[in-house]
Design a protein around this ligand. Structure first.
Ligand code: BGC
Length: 432
């Protein structure tokens, strides 16, 4: 779709000025492995060696974090979500690498020095190889090792960071790695996915408790991606068994577990994990697009035939963000929500700007309906490794980099965001 054709965007873009007050949290989000890359001893590097996923040279963040923080601050962002690569910190069982921890401490300190609040996530899809080889989260006997790492890193970083996440998108992790089997450890099993669902929820609750016991004043937030599930045939709305089934497992189980402590999964006896109830200070809400489910499998949902589509084949549907925010707010009354990721893979800056504007409009609609959305973290700052896509045209960054020199360059979307954040206002006329 040529970007000069604005028609498909018209109904998606804001039709009135959006206002964001001084309390609104503007941030960017990233993950350790996607940004740092390198020959770390983790399961994705091993899978790349086996040719099952692309190799990841990284974007240089490990060395250039200070420079990136300077750029991000110059755009007006005040929050930076990052993660810790477990395999750097604990390359062998029980052997914690002091130099790696020092670097993460320095990264948190540098964020503060630049004027950014770091939000530190402890698991973003990668496991140390030794942990993966033992069977990862699927084997309950391994949970203690993960929680020991959470405690060790929590204690080391808590004086340097005040905002934590135990895991990123635990259910999307289960979906990709244990149900579809497309990500390490490449298991496609309904039983494994159900067992894993229980485990990641329990690990969240345990990790929350550990971090709070280190310091009750730490903020500990969940992060889950909202999958707006839609039937292939719109006439089936509400009655499509495949959609209802998937949704009951994914959002249904998750939201009920966080609200009540009860984990209810199809075909399994309900289990109460009492400390899951209310184990969140904030709900981290990620959103990208809606998912079509039907006889032809799972794909991207398009509301209209002319819906703009990104380079990963995902159609724009900001309405899913609005309805997802409303749903989470209704399920977890009193829990503030933070959009912890939203962004799009594209080489086209007009597309990226419009994508952001369309989703900020959806966010604002949810706010006007009473949802307590505290901020918006853009995925991502600097172009990074997009899992199955590797380093390709699937570029999510506001900032590009030259792979031969590592030199950073602000994209048009970055300077556009700088204007929006500075003004606290986004008017229709500001959108190309
Ligand atoms: C994940 C990121 C990923 C992004 C874009 C999110 O679901 O947390 O790791 O890069 O989606 O696909």
């Amino acid at each position: 779709m040529p970007t000069d054709d604005r028609t498909p965007w018209l109904h998606l873009l804001p039709d009135h000025p959006l206002h964001f007050d001084d309390r609104f949290l503007w941030g960017v989000a990233s993950s350790a492995f996607q940004a740092e890359g390198g020959a770390v001893p983790n399961d994705w590097v091993a899978a790349a060696r086996d040719g099952r996923v692309p190799a990841n040279p990284g974007n240089g963040f490990w060395e250039r974090a200070e420079e990136d923080f300077g750029l991000v601050t110059s755009l007006g962002f005040r929050h930076y979500r990052l993660s810790v690569e477990w395999s750097r910190v604990e390359p062998a069982p029980g052997r914690f690498d002091a130099a790696a921890l020092d670097r993460y401490r320095a990264i948190c300190d540098a964020a503060h020095a630049a004027g950014l609040t770091p939000w530190v996530n402890l698991f973003h899809f990668t496991h140390p190889l030794w942990f993966a080889e033992r069977g990862g989260f699927l084997d309950r006997n391994n949970h203690g090792a993960f929680l020991r790492y959470v405690e060790h890193v929590g204690r080391a970083l808590a004086p340097h960071a005040r905002h934590f996440h135990v895991q990123n998108e635990s259910l999307a992790y289960v979906f990709g790695a244990y149900l579809l089997g497309v990500n390490p450890p490449f298991i496609a099993s309904r039983d494994a996915a159900l067992a894993m669902t229980r485990h990641v929820l329990a690990l969240h609750a345990d990790g929350y408790g550990i971090l709070k016991s280190i310091d009750p004043d730490l903020t500990v937030a969940t992060i889950e991606v909202y999958l707006d599930l839609r039937p292939e045939d719109p006439a089936d709305a509400g009655q499509c068994a495949a959609v209802n089934h998937l949704d009951a497992w994914y959002h249904g189980a998750l939201l009920e577990a966080l609200a009540s402590g009860w984990v209810r999964l199809a075909g399994r006896a309900p289990e109460e994990i009492p400390h899951l109830k209310g184990a969140l200070d904030l709900y981290g809400f990620n959103y990208y697009s809606a998912i079509r489910v039907g006889p032809n499998g799972v794909g991207s949902f398009a509301e209209r035939a002319d819906a703009p589509v990104d380079v990963m084949g995902r159609h724009l549907f900001p309405g899913g963000m609005e309805s997802g925010l409303l749903r989470v707010a209704a399920a977890l009354p009193g829990v503030p929500i933070l959009v912890t990721e939203n962004g799009c893979p594209t080489m086209d800056e007009t597309f990226r700007i419009r994508y952001i504007a369309a989703h900020l409009a959806a966010l604002e609609r949810a706010q006007r309906q009473g949802v307590d959305v505290r901020g918006y973290f853009h995925w991502t700052a600097v172009d990074n490794y997009e899992w199955q896509q590797g380093f390709s045209q699937a570029r999510f960054g506001l900032i590009g980099f030259d792979p031969s020199t590592g030199a950073r360059e602000l994209k048009a979307s970055a300077t556009w965001m700088r204007r929006v954040i500075a003004a606290g206002r986004l008017a229709p006329a500001d959108i190309p």
